[in-house]
Design a protein around this ligand. Sequence first.
Ligand SMILES: CC(C)(COP(=O)(O)OP(=O)(O)OC[C@H]1O[C@@H](n2cnc3c(N)ncnc32)[C@H](O)[C@@H]1OP(=O)(O)O)[C@@H](O)C(=O)NCCC(=O)NCCS
Length: 151
Amino acid sequence: MPNPSLHSVPGDQAPMHLLLEADPSAEAIAGYLHDCHCVVARLGRTTVGVYLLKALTADTWELMNIAVASEHQGQGIGRLLLDHAITQSRLLGARRLELGTGSFGHQLTFYQRAGFRVVAVEPDYFLTHYPEPLFEHGLQHRDRLRLALTL
Ligand SMILES: CC(C)(COP(=O)(O)OP(=O)(O)OC[C@H]1O[C@@H](n2cnc3c(N)ncnc32)[C@H](O)[C@@H]1OP(=O)(O)O)[C@@H](O)C(=O)NCCC(=O)NCCS
């Protein structure tokens, strides 16, 4: 497994091309990026991953975005970032970490393996919050799952 280094960076240095892999709306990203704690994973000088954490309340934070460059996926970098996000949110005072996803595929397994539980479904979320239809493996994203981890 590669051994990336993790760094906190200001939001304006966040790798937009990676954030767009997890959230295809640049407009949505612009709406939350400035409020987020941003961490990137680097291999040498190359940024290969990113996550964004945002405070919802004093003790509840949200993982707003997490992505690994496609050519580096499946090598454990995502798990490293997710574990770091969990530790970091605890250090920032969170008692609960939440996230939303439209994926019922490997991303859902990825979160559940780290202990996240499905706590709600928001029907039609992606139909009403995104101007363009979103597809993954030919399947349209419609409903958003809310997941949460008690810290
Ligand atoms: C989700 C994501 C961040 C995971 O990062 P990663 O570096 O590939 O994750 P890891 O290598 O740590 O793998 C975690 C698990 O997911 C599985 N996985 C990763 N990519 C996969 C893929 N394309 N297809 C199937 N399984 C995959 C791995 O096999 C691993 O499972 P294991 O624990 O049984 O070995 C990455 O796939 C990604 O950036 N996807 C695009 C953006 C995205 O969907 N973000 C989340 C939005 S909800």
